[in-house]
Design a protein around this ligand. Structure first.
Ligand code: FAD
Ligand code: NAD
Length: 477
């Protein structure tokens, strides 16, 4: 007899494991099926891309590399004298691995606490009926279960370039980029998106000469272009990242030890770039491989994603899909909120996720964060708006930190003053963006922010001043 559950969740990334926990909290008998194995230990590892080879390990390396750079170049300003600073890459990677192990292990405990069953293996649809029958395959072993509701949270995988096949020796995807054993002298990156910039920053800080090749004509086209311009200036002129936009890559030739990338640059001129390692970071694609979608008629769109409506309902009754495998930004917090929403809908409650207020963060230094509309989007839509802006240079806390690059910009409706977007580049803006999200969710006006007391001295005062700036009444510039 197959075990029967109220809910089966396929995938234990931030979409799936959070959905499973919330289902458990709501009293639904729940199983979560996940196939991820840690290549280092060979053991099952929960948490999906985010915890194993994404958000968490990348932030660990960003922190380590930033500390190294601080010790090398910033401590002296504070009068802190250090000598013989060097980087132990193996130790940095081991620290990152430990953080991954603690984080993924934590989910096992959360499953126990919330009475979520866990099956390791690949889950796939077998048939529908009163309930769905799923097969869970783990190596040679196989078992079937049934569930009244299914939440598909199978995430995404890196997009490949046919002329640059990833071997994680010379040509790396995100997993390889997080696991280098030594610092490459010359590192190439294809794609100046989020992974390219974060991973490029890590290895540049540790001493690699990093060159990033981007197909699009402008840098960071999804971000507000004023922020993108400032970021490009800081990353290239001050930090020494080489970023070439508008390139067309013709091919990659490899020898045993290095690679040559042939491309035409933004002016159409033929170029060659020789590097010791190459990271391919050209986006990710929804992962529906081996899910058996065809067996039950689960509809996939023309971009390979599971079709889902605003409440993550698929075309099949009682089947939902959340996270990277459906439309919307490929972000962990978006996946998790969709997981919570779906669990609550299954339990008969109301669930809701507002994709218009999902914050974006790029963990470079300085960090970049935004929520809502960019200035170019408002212009394209013909929306009349006012802008207020304030630089970190005029903020006491930023000066004390020695991190004065960047600014906060608030865009508000010209007629109603309602905030339409907030854009930040500067220190710890990953933490500051939450104020912007709260403000937008509560339909705040710029004046609302301007009238709220912001503690002093704090980086948050830059948001306050930017809000005052919308009404042209900044106090400190
Ligand atoms: P995933 O995390 O991809 O999890 C899917 C899980 O399902 C995996 O464990 C997979 O093995 C399993 N699976 C797939 N098919 C099956 C099957 N048939 N049966 C059983 N199991 C299956 N986002 C942020 O918000 N902030 C960040 O800082 C950030 N940094 C990132 C850094 C990197 C290097 C990368 C690659 C991504 C980063 N992301 C970040 C994106 C984030 O990781 C994803 O948006 C998030 O993991 C998506 O969650 P998910 O649950 O939809 O899918
Ligand atoms: P991305 O979409 O952010 O960037 C990919 C870049 O590659 C784009 O700028 C694209 O124009 C470029 N590109 C595509 N094909 C190319 C080609 N042939 N030659 C040169 N350039 C090319 O994707 P990513 O950096 O791979 O990250 C994948 C996803 O992971 C992102 O969508 C993001 O949501 C998520 N992520 C988030 C964070 C974060 O939240 N801090 C960090 C890392 C990853």
């Amino acid at each position: 007899m197959s075990k029967a559950f109220d809910v089966a969740v396929i995938g234990a990334g931030p979409g799936g494991y959070v959905a499973a926990i919330r289902c458990g909290q709501l009293g639904l008998s729940t199983v979560c099926i996940d196939e991820w194995k840690n290549p280092r230990t060979g053991k099952p590892s929960l948490g999906g891309t985010c915890l194993n080879v994404g958000c968490i390990p990348s932030k660990a390396l960003l922190e380590s590399s930033e500390n190294y750079e601080r010790a090398l170049h910033k401590f002296a300003d504070h009068g802190v004298k250090v000598q013989g600073v060097s980087m132990d890459v193996a130790k940095m990677i081991a620290r990152k691995d430990k953080i991954v192990d603690v984080s993924t292990g934590g989910i096992t405990m959360l499953f126990k606490k919330n009475k979520v069953s866990y099956l390791h293996g690949r889950g796939s649809f077998v048939s529908t009926g009163d309930a769905y029958t799923l097969e869970v395959k783990d190596g040679g072993k196989s078992e079937t279960i049934t569930a009244k509701h299914v939440i598909v949270a199978t995430g995404s995988v890196p997009r490949n370039l046919p002329f640059a096949p990833v071997d994680n020796e010379l040509i790396l995807d995100n997993a390889g980029a997080l696991d280098l054993k030594e610092i490459p002298k010359r590192l190439g990156v294809i794609g100046a998106g989020v992974i390219g910039l974060e991973m490029g920053s890590v290895w540049r800080r540790l001493g690699s000469e990093v060159t990033i090749l981007e197909a699009l004509p402008e840098f960071l086209m999804a971000a507000d272009q004023q922020v993108a311009k400032e970021a490009l200036r800081l990353f290239t002129k001050e930090q020494g990242l080489a970023i070439h936009t508008g390139v067309n890559i013709g091919g990659v030739k490899t020898t045993k030890k290095f690679l040559t990338i042939e491309y035409t640059d933004g002016k159409g001129l033929a170029q060659k770039l020789e590097v010791d390692k190459l990271i391919v970071a050209v986006g990710r694609q929804a992962n529906t491989q081996g899910l058996g979608a065809d067996k039950v008629g689960l509809r996939i769109d023309d971009r390979g994603r599971i079709e889902a409506d605003g409440h993550c309902r698929t075309n099949l009754r009682n089947v939902y899909a959340v996270g990277d495998v459906v439309r919307g930004p490929m972000l962990a917090h978006k996946a998790s909120e969709e997981g919570v929403m779906v669990a609550e809908i299954i339990a008969g409650q109301a669930g809701h996720v507002n994709l218009d207020t999902v914050p974006w963060i790029i963990y470079t230094s300085p960090e970049i964060a935004w929520v809502g509309k960019t200035e170019q989007e408002l212009k394209a839509a013909g929306v009349q708006y006012k802008a207020g802006q304030f630089p970190f240079l005029a903020n006491g806390r930023a000066r004390a930190l020695g991190e004065t690059a960047g600014f906060v910009k608030i865009l508000a409706d010209a007629g109603t003053d309602r905030i339409l977007g907030m854009h930040m580049i500067g220190p710890y803006v990953s933490e500051m963006i939450a104020e912007a999200v709260v403000a937008m969710e509560f339909a705040a006006s710029a004046e609302d922010i301007a009238r709220i007391v912001h503690a002093h001295p704090a980086l948050g005062e830059v948001v306050h001043e930017a809000a005052l700036g919308v009404d042209k009444r900044t106090l400190h510039i």
